[in-house]
Unconditional design. Sequence first.
Length: 167
Amino acid sequence: MVLHEPSAQWSVNAADWIRRVRSALGDLRPRVEHVGSNAVPGLVAKPTIDLQVSVPDLDDEPSYRPALESLGVVLRAREPGHRYFRPDAGKPRVVHIHVCGQGSTWEHEHLLFRDFLRSHRAVATDYAELKRRLAVEFRHDRLAYTDGKTEFVRQVVAMARQEAESG
């Protein structure tokens, strides 16, 4: 696992992918958001762009899957509430596309997490430190790296919910 220092290029790449996804999905008019660590200014991250695409009906895969696949990504995982697309094996992982239902818990929690880190610099710094430590400890185990962040993410989402409810 290799983390990179923040780059202004990440937001440029994300904007390009957002434009491409919106264009490909046309009349579906999805909500497309840059999420993940490189959507938080100043945070170390993998350079892969994570996009969250919120569609009216997640189970209506024919309404979005062919259009997304026309962009050079393939469906890699189908889970309750979430579909995951990325470039085919052997191609550079420049983007991960996470499709969820509009108004879903998946959609809401990922945006809460991103927005909380954007507005709470100290929490983002703590997250960066955790990521650096896990990247060293699990440099050859992407799943363990991801699992190591889970409790921190849950705590941040809970803080974000509490702040949203009281604010």
